[in-house]
Design a protein around this ligand. Structure first.
Ligand SMILES: Cc1cc2nc3c(=O)[nH]c(=O)nc-3n(C[C@H](O)[C@H](O)[C@H](O)COP(=O)(O)OP(=O)(O)OC[C@H]3O[C@@H](n4cnc5c(N)ncnc54)[C@H](O)[C@@H]3O)c2cc1C
Length: 452
């Protein structure tokens, strides 16, 4: 029998790779993990965590304003971007060391550098080769920018986290969750913010009520939101940048952030040469157990482009470790995955949108409520919260729950348990609300606003 150096060699120590390494080691496997850039991957370094810290920072502007309605006088305010970034970087550096310790404590061999697959059981890193019974590709994704003249003057989300100063005027191009989050961050921090999206309405794939509500609320906050708008070139103009739009108009800005897409990290790491099949978008093709077209090579997380979220990458990692080393073949479950958008106001969602449910089930009932949260009765802020339940008429199961409003992610996480368990509308109704909260509306919506 061949003796390999390791039972599992993991390429990439991001959300998926770290968890797969630790869990596999805890099942007794000999594991090595290679990381070329930063421990913890995208989420910890240039994704979820720093993003949410910036969202918190930007929300203070409104909180200071709102305080007046509750009798507070807030003195002169000023904001120091450099201090925020420094504090954020310190926290991220701490998290990097936590990840290193977690891997070390689990007995995982950490290797620094870019790993490349040589053959189905061999990886090369820094001029050395390592062999393993199984290889795991967990290399994540990377921002893609369109090929337009002057694109080198623009930034991606990666650079947005490390700007030297807060730009006075920002253009955010894109209509996905990362774009709306950054538009909210910059607007909240005081930058004059324009968001451009080439389609009719941003956040494709989210419920239409959610998409429309967020657009309205962002406009109320002052974001210059333009749909069916696209940048065709960027030029330097004095000390600033000038974006030319497809309709021939120009917008000036100090920074232009493209959040228009991400691509799987597969270039130059030997996958195709080793026989690993990729799909048209470059994502690694895997079966229900995360196995690639090469039996000894597995892939999880964003590089497989299934559902590009940290908890999903972690879930896939846990399933894979159980499959490989706990004698318990486990398929990751991608159904009813809840998710949040840390826009302002926030979005939380689980299950099917109204239109997807209508397509799947035919007859559905839709419950919707829109109200001004209690807090804003005193602040006077004109911000509404929208909540929505989508119910399959035949089974009476709640198949979708959607919210736009403060703490939407926190609220939907709990609702997601009920949806995942197949709770019916009657079971929602029989749950006593917590008063006074916004969340209680999810158990008090009695009359459908639409039935079909
Ligand atoms: C701005 C932004 C905000 C986000 N916000 C959220 C959020 O709020 N919630 C959420 O759930 N998700 C969020 N995400 C998505 C989340 O970050 C990803 O889904 C998650 O990080 C995927 O984990 P992964 O393990 O697949 O890849 P990653 O975390 O990207 O890790 C891959 C790692 O592999 C390394 N690597 C790549 N190639 C090699 C190689 N050849 N050798 C060695 N190392 C290599 C990379 O350096 C990287 O560290 C966000 C993403 C972005 C960009």
């Amino acid at each position: 029998m061949t003796e390999y150096d390791f039972d599992l060699f993991v390429l990439g120590a991001g959300s998926g790779g770290v968890r797969a390494s630790r869990m596999s080691a805890s099942h007794g496997a000999r594991v090595a993990v290679a990381e070329e850039r930063y421990l913890g991957g995208t989420c910890v370094n240039v994704g979820c965590i720093p993003k949410k810290l910036l969202v918190y920072a930007s929300h203070f502007a409104e909180d200071f304003e709102d305080a007046a309605g509750f009798g507070w006088s807030v003195g002169e305010r000023s904001f120091d971007w450099a201090r925020l970034i420094e504090n954020k970087d310190r926290e991220i550096a701490r998290l990097n060391t936590v990840y290193a310790r977690l891997l070390d404590d689990a007995g995982v061999k950490r290797l620094e550098g870019r790993a490349r697959v040589v053959d189905p059981h061999t990886v090369e890193l820094g001029g050395r080769t390592y062999t393993a019974a199984n290889l795991l590709v967990a290399t994540g994704g990377w921002p893609t920018l369109p090929e337009i003249p002057g694109i080198e003057l623009a930034i991606s989300s990666n650079e947005a986290f490390h700007l030297k100063e807060l730009p006075g005027r920002v253009i955010v191009a894109g209509g996905g969750y990362i774009a709306v989050e950054f538009a909210g961050i910059f607007q909240g921090l005081g930058a004059r913010t324009t968001q451009l999206y080439r389609g009719e309405l941003f956040l494709r794939g989210f419920d239409d009520d959610v998409r429309r509500t967020l657009a309205e609320e962002m406009r109320k906050k002052g974001v210059d939101l333009r749909f069916e708008a696209m940048i065709t070139r960027i030029d330097k103009h004095g000390g600033a940048l000038r974006a030319r739009l497809a309709d021939g108009s120009d917008i000036e800005a100090d920074q232009i952030l493209f959040a228009t897409g991400r691509a799987p990290n597969v270039a130059g790491i030997g996958l195709v040469e080793a026989g690993v099949a990729l799909d048209a978008s470059g994502a690694v093709v895997v079966d229900a157990y995360s196995r690639t077209s090469v039996p000894s090579i597995w892939a999880i997380g964003d590089v497989t482009n299934r559902l590009n979220l940290t908890p999903v990458a972690i879930h896939e990692a846990m399933a894979l470790a159980a499959t490989l080393f706990a004698n318990h073949p486990t398929k990751p479950d991608h159904s009813d995955v809840p998710t949040a958008v840390f826009s302002q106001p926030a979005i939380g969602t689980v299950g099917l949108t109204e239109s997807a449910a209508r397509q799947r089930f035919g007859a559905i009932d839709v419950y919707r409520t829109s109200f001004r949260p209690l807090r804003h009765t005193l602040t006077g802020r004109d911000e509404k919260t929208v909540m929505k339940l989508v119910v399959d008429r035949a089974s009476q199961r709640v198949v979708g729950a959607h919210m736009v409003g403060p703490e939407a992610g926190e609220i939907i996480q709990g609702i997601a348990i009920a949806v995942k368990m197949g709770a019916t509308k009657a079971q929602f109704d029989s749950t006593v609300g917590i008063h006074p909260t916004s969340a209680e509306e999810f158990v008090t919506m009695r009359v459908p606003v639409a039935s079909s």
